[in-house]
Design a protein around this ligand. Structure first.
Ligand SMILES: *Cc1c(COP(=O)(O)O)cnc(C)c1O
Length: 458
């Protein structure tokens, strides 16, 4: 299986090289040259074995099936729930797919527990070292740190927007006391952090010197690993096409649903749940992608305007034409807006729809669901579930809402909505007593470049 860049000017790579490369050298994102056919799911198969099959389809000859089975068993063995991501029935035709039973309480663990182990494997085979550079809106940082806990060959630098992540999110990163972990509070927004990461990746000399690698969803391995839970839910509910509701920020999670369908899985519809940072719902409505300022909300992991994975979708919508993708994205970067043509607009609306919930609607949804079923939803999950319930198409098709965070990760919002303060799982119960380690940086690429150089050389 070969991977090509959405911008057409980087070498095609195999799965392991794509894993290490992250962003393509021309600034594009890697996508498979052609879509694989996903293997069928054996009845009664464990989550780890479903994931090994799915990731294996994307890895091609690069990784042995037995190796992938072992890495998946180890990765998902760290989860608190024996089913890894249980489906919890909420109503006759409605399920929550709980993706928050991993070590850091958000769905990012599903991909990053495996990606960290893939890094360790490939790096030790090649006897190489890397510096992982991550921008986080809150949850990727801790999940990446945890995924790399056993990887002695990686330094990890996490950029997070100062004051814009929750207390629990920040502490899950800054209380990890390990010599290879470096947390940086950036004086700006998540989009600033992500912009800096992209600029540093575009610096070929730095990239080479520091061995920069990515664990953001620009890394294809992460998208591939996430396809597994769409396959798992679909097989668990009788192999029929479902509607998935996905609280969306950087478009990585929902893109994996799109990839699942492109790779032959039945899937009726993807409903994007958005908070007040509603660039994606506006895109679906009007065909125009247009940024506005980022506003902080109760669902901070979705406080994003520039969803980097949209590039992978645009590439497909433009008939896999890299020149067109590159030029449209260049003018988007300049003008702050981009218009889909009628064909592309119709094609996205055929599969996706979206709904927006402001903070008040999010709290109301959390409160109502608690009173209806006793279920505590985190604010992100509440946005997704409610968007799914509001869908206009495929109303007779069962709904699976992706529960992307444990309610205890956002206790203030949960308590405001329901009066209940959810407890952290035992492994994290002393989180608020642990000392924090962090440094600060202005939202300037050069300042962060110096920091990366220093850490990579250490
Ligand atoms: C990261 C995150 C999201 C957004 O996922 P994307 O892949 O960035 O769209 C939603 N909810 C939670 C809890 C998250 O951590």
């Amino acid at each position: 299986m070969r991977y090509i860049s959405t911008r057409g000017h980087a070498p095609a790579l195999g799965f392991s090289d794509t894993l290490l490369a992250g962003l393509a050298s021309d600034g594009g994102l890697y996508v498979p040259e052609r879509w694989p056919v996903l293997p069928g799911v054996r009845p009664g198969a464990s989550y780890a074995s479903v994931a090994a099959g799915v990731v294996g389809a994307f890895a091609g000859d690069d990784l042995e099936p037995e190796l992938l089975e072992r890495l998946c068993r180890e990765a998902y063995g760290s989860f608190r729930h024996p089913a890894v991501c249980p489906l919890v029935q909420l109503d006759a035709d409605e399920w929550l797919l709980e993706l928050f039973h991993g070590p850091t309480l958000a769905f990012k663990d599903l991909a990053l527990q495996l990606v960290g182990r893939l890094f360790e494997h490939v790096l030790s085979e090649r006897d190489e070292r890397i510096t992982v550079l991550v921008a986080t809106s809150g949850d990727t940082g801790s999940a990446a740190i945890s995924g790399l806990a056993s990887c002695s060959r990686a330094q990890i630098i996490v950029l997070y927007p100062d004051g814009r992540v929750s207390d629990v999110q920040r502490r899950q990163m800054t209380t990890v006391d390990a010599p290879n972990v470096h947390c940086v509070a950036v004086e700006g927004t998540f989009d600033d952090c992500q912009g800096i990461v992209k600029e540093l990746f575009a610096d070929a000399a730095l990239r080479e010197r520091a061995g920069l690698a990515a664990m953001n969803s620009i890394n294809w391995a992460r998208i591939a690993a996430q396809v597994a839970y769409y396959a798992w839910a679909t097989a668990s509910l009788g192999d029929r096409g479902l509607v998935f509701a996905v609280p969306t920020g950087n478009f990585g999670n929902v893109l994996s649903g799109w990839v699942a369908r492109a790779s032959g899985m039945p899937l009726e519809r993807l409903v994007i749940g958005s908070n007040a940072n509603d660039i994606l719902p506006r895109l679906l409505e009007s065909g125009r992608l247009e940024t506005r300022g980022v506003v902080p909300t109760l669902s901070p992991s979705m406080d994003i305007q520039i969803s980097s994975n949209l590039e992978r979708l645009l590439f497909e919508l433009y008939g896999r034409d890299p020149e067109r993708t590159a030029s449209e994205l260049a003018s988007f970067a300049q003008a702050g807006s981009l218009s889909l043509d009628a064909t592309a607009h119709a094609a996205v609306r055929e599969l996706f729809e979206a709904a927006t919930l402001d903070d008040e609607a999010t709290l109301e949804a959390m409160r109502a669901e608690y009173h209806r079923s006793g279920t505590l939803l985190d604010p992100h999950t509440a946005v997704g579930l409610t968007a799914g319930r509001r869908r206009k198409a495929a109303r007779d098709t069962p709904l699976v809402a992706l529960a992307t965070a444990h309610p205890a990760k956002f206790p203030e919002a949960v308590e405001r909505a329901t009066g209940i303060s959810p407890a952290l799982p035992p492994a994290l119960s002393d989180l608020h007593e642990r000392p924090e380690h962090t440094e600060r940086a202005p939202a300037e690429t050069d300042a962060v470049r110096r920091l990366v150089e220093r850490i990579a050389a250490s």
